[in-house]
Write a protein that binds this ligand. Sequence first.
Ligand code: APR
Ligand code: PHB
Length: 393
Amino acid sequence: MQLKTQVGIIGAGPAGLTLSLLLAKFGIESIIIENRSRAYVEARVRAGLLEQNTVDLFKDMGVGERMECEGAEHHGVYLNFDGVRHRVPFKELTGGRCITIYGQQEVVKDLIEARLAQGGEFFFEASAKSIEGIEGNSPEIHFEQNGEKHNILCDFVAGCDGYHGISRQTLPKDSYNEFHIEYPFSWLGILAHAAPSSDELIYSYHQRGFALSSLRSETVSRLYIQVPNDDKIENWTDEQIWDELEIRLSNGSDFKVNRGEIFEKSITPMRSFMIDNMQHGRLFLAGDAAHIVPPTGGKGLNLAVADIRFMAAAFKEFYTNGQEHLLESYSQDCLRRIWRAQDFSNFMTTLFHKQSEHGSFEYQLQKAKFDYIGISEAYKTTIAENYVGLKEI
Ligand code: APR
Ligand code: PHB
């Protein structure tokens, strides 16, 4: 089958879906190719922290109804270190901004539903195999579905196909530099039918390692612990996970972790990764295809959406005014925010994880940073404004 559209989008994650909806709002056609099934992408469990900018955009796009009902606004966060706790309040320090806790798979469900309701064109279980002709004016996406080969002729290709996708591999190797940090630890994350143990998120350094208490609803908790990279989920019984969470989050205090049935558990490695050019010719990358942040700052989804805001504006400018300047500056416009988020995500990761022996020089530096949070409004403000997401950058 030979298809034709204005923007061919590879990937139905938050990046590709947000793009298709924004383009529709601007009267620009698109088709989405996604190699997984709809059920799979709607059930894929990931983080769930939405910055103020992301929430505002979803509301503007008219896809925020369920998020406003079921998501929970948080106006502060608890930071623990060796049993000492500081709260960072957001509203006071950021002029009224806050975060919303709402699972990424719920966002994905809402976006798919909204796009389908508009009659948006999707191909699920369709795998993009190659992108041809990006240096000309009509690139093509070749994809396969049910063993049949198809192609889409487009004006532009949006590579929203995540870290393992083909889009980054299609960029000429000499058109970008790659930056990596592989951390020597992973996160063991659980979802459990248990009332949240705290009204706000808790990030905690403990001499046995990091722990994070988050939530999804009044009856579902989301919790994480730092584990070595070679650890296996089979090494942990549910009881051991709860015990470890309790030790790390209470740190000798009477804080109790509410326990319940664990219905999802997995181990995820942590990395910082990015490329410093996200485009070539008519191919433009967004989201995890171009950058990965460790989840300690909650930035992954928000960065993907921030890229798309620039990408959609650039396509709009091209189609309505024939101007290419926003297309040309796309990477540079995105990179400022991405580097800021890389720095903040790395800061939160190195502050709260156990990286070397308890009591070592590195530990003392972590503790000195933490103690500074307790005495400096300026430092708290820095954390708050990065955490809720800078409005403009
Ligand atoms: N053909 C079609 N689809 C593909 C291909 C391909 N060759 N390769 C990958 N995909 C799909 C994946 O199946 C996935 O659904 O691209 C999609 C990419 O979506 P995400 O990985 O969710 O990436 P993105 O939309 O950039 O969202 C970033 O996701 O990983 C989290 O923490 C991250 O929250 C962040 C968000
Ligand atoms: C989550 O709720 O899944 C979550 C929250 C904050 C993070 C990471 C993950 O920093």
